[in-house]
Design a protein around this ligand. Structure first.
Ligand code: F6P
Length: 560
């Protein structure tokens, strides 16, 4: 039985936060000047991450009230329920155990969850071992295609959580990839995605991984069928028409899914399928067999290091005191910004080109999790929920949208992520370039926090008429996350950090962060609109006038 959510607005902490927000006069300049201990008090470590929250738009009173809020809404109990394997995903009646995916084989009893009395850890490691063995075979060339040639390209076919995590991590860990073995990622049902992903590939050396938790996702199954056709057509040409299709599919297609029966229906040998469980949400599945393409690219050892990184952050979240618990603090600060100070978006700005897909990955993680209007007992939420996450790597963003963050009218809290060392060894003389890059990260967070006053602008000899345009108000909140290097372990820690931040916010709002019913209606309607586009008069009549007009435009302009 899941306890009813506590309405956050009914807590005494919320009343204090509301009062603090009403009289709030943020003054990061003053706070830093008057409080030499602020940086030390507001900086924490979690795993290999150093997290400086001193440039948050909050003072000690706000922080104390936020920590009380966490206590009043029962954050600790809910966190324990998740780690224990309780069915906290109530609308789907499922446990939420992505944290079990990264438990070491010999995890002590207090870390081992069970689902309905079943210890899931042996199952997790049995699949991991199979994924690792398969990855080794592909990497070493002992797994071959049907013509006996080794695999040169792995194409992961999946969407949402079955795509965004693997592609983000593949990009982030580019420095760890095996040479001569490329991964590509096919997600969109737009046929141009398949065309561009397959362009230039040799079917004889291409391996497809069909990744789908449900194995029922239209985009993925459509793309998988397109790829199967492309494979068989291409191979037939190579072997002069004498092709054993079953053998070809068996050697060139593997699958990752919780629905192994549907995998077999598709024609993929269940021997070549890697399973996972309904207690792993799609957007929390990078560290399950969904990461098989990544395991092939970086190898089992590095993949295991990534899992250890996830686990280190899990343990920090599970055991650290709230006042030093980074996911707790960052989640609570997000509640403060979004619910009490009115922020509607949250920027994530990696100062690492290799993290260029990280914001997109976080969009699914945070927005599919917390974009909800009802609580886990079905009652309406009592606060705003789920801010819009977005971002781009610095410094590119600086020359695009930072203007609005610095001088716009909206409050945009931003997380900056940077590494002491570049991922690739630098050539002679390039050290300075990395330092210049880091200088930009430091300069931006400083400018956002402390701004530039009219007096400072005038002191530069600026003509009075343009002084207002050149003033920076400051008091724009940032969190600075640093690590020595972007290693697999650090990537695991970063992802787990945001998973737990998302969880903390969801608990405060009383929502089930693990279902995603909001994506269903569009899927259903697409099934009805399909025949209307194809010309079915009854289906067309069932559409609204706008949809009918758009279909008419399409039919008038299509060239076939
Ligand atoms: O439609 C949303 C969603 O269910 C996501 O939650 C999920 O990550 C994605 O679709 C893909 O689902 P599947 O892995 O089952 O193909």
């Amino acid at each position: 039985m899941t306890a009813a959510p506590v309405d956050p607005t009914s807590t005494t902490a919320w009343a204090r936060l509301t009062a603090l927000a009403e009289g709030f006069a943020p003054d990061l300049r003053g706070w830093f000047e008057q409080d030499p201990g602020r940086v030390e008090r507001w900086t924490h470590t979690a795993g290999d991450l150093l997290v400086d929250l001193s440039k948050s738009l909050a003072d000690d009173d706000v922080l104390a009230a936020l920590l009380d809020l966490a206590e009043e809404v029962g954050l600790a109990a809910r966190r324990e329920a998740m780690f224990r394997g309780e069915r906290i995903n109530v609308s789907e009646d499922r446990a939420v155990l992505h944290t079990a995916l990264r438990l070491p084989r010999d995890a002590p009893p207090e870390q081992r969850p069970n689902v309905d009395g079943h210890d899931v850890l042996p199952d997790v490691h049995e699949v991991l071992d199979r994924v690792y063995a398969f990855a080794e075979r592909v990497r070493s060339g002992s797994w071959t295609g049907v013509t006996g040639e080794r695999v040169r390209t792995v194409v992961n076919i999946g969407i949402g959580g079955s795509d965004l995590g693997p592609v983000m991590a593949y990009e982030a860990l580019a420095a760890y990839r095996q040479e001569g073995l490329e991964c590509r990622f096919l997600s969109n049902i737009d046929p141009t995605d398949a065309a561009t992903t397959l362009a230039g590939l040799d079917p004889a050396t291409t391996l497809f991984i069909v990744s789908s938790k449900t194995f029922g996702t239209l985009e993925t199954l459509t793309n998988a069928r397109l790829c199967r056709q492309w494979l068989l057509d291409g191979l037939r040409e190579r072997v002069d028409g004498d092709l054993d299709e079953r053998a070809a599919v068996a050697q060139h297609f593997v699958a990752v899914s919780t629905a192994l029966d549907k995998v077999a229906d598709f024609g993929i040998d269940p021997e070549n399928a890697f399973g996972f469980w309904d207690w792993v949400g799609g957007r929390y599945s990078l560290d399950s067999a969904i990461g098989t393409s990544l395991a092939i690219a970086i190898g089992p050892e590095r993949f295991a290091e990534m899992l250890a990184g996830f686990h280190a952050m899990d343990e920090h979240f599970r055991t650290a005191e709230p006042a030093g618990n980074v996911p707790v603090l960052m989640g609570l600060l997000n509640v403060w910004y979004g619910d009490l100070l009115g922020a509607q978006t949250h920027a994530v700005l990696p100062y690492s080109q290799l993290l260029h897909r990280f914001p997109a990955y976080l969009q699914q993680l945070t927005m599919e999790s917390n974009g909800k209007s009802v609580r886990w007992d079905g009652t309406p939420v009592t606060t705003e929920t789920g801010e819009v996450f977005w971002g781009e790597p610095g410094t590119n963003g600086q020359h695009a949208f930072y203007q609005l963050i610095h001088q716009g009218t909206r409050l945009v809290p931003a997380d900056f992520i940077a590494f002491a060392n570049p991922a690739y060894p630098l050539a002679d003389g390039e050290d300075d370039v990395h330092e210049l890059f880091l200088a930009n990260f430091l300069a931006q967070t400083r400018a956002l926090a402390f701004g530039k006053t009219a007096e400072e602008v005038r002191a530069e000899g600026t003509e009075e008429s343009v002084v207002p345009a050149r003033v920076f108000p400051g008091n724009r909140p940032t969190a600075s996350i640093m690590a020595p290097d972007l290693t697999p372990a650090v990537l695991g820690q970063l992802v787990a950090l945001y998973e737990h931040i998302t969880f903390v916010q969801g608990v405060v709002w009383g929502i089930d962060s693990f279902d995603q019913w909001g994506v269903e209606l569009g899927k259903q309607l697409a099934q009805q609109v399909g025949p209307a586009i194809a010309g079915d008069a009854d289906a067309l009549a069932g559409q609204d006038p706008s949809t009918r007009a758009l279909i008419a435009y399409y039919r008038e302009h299509r060239r076939r």
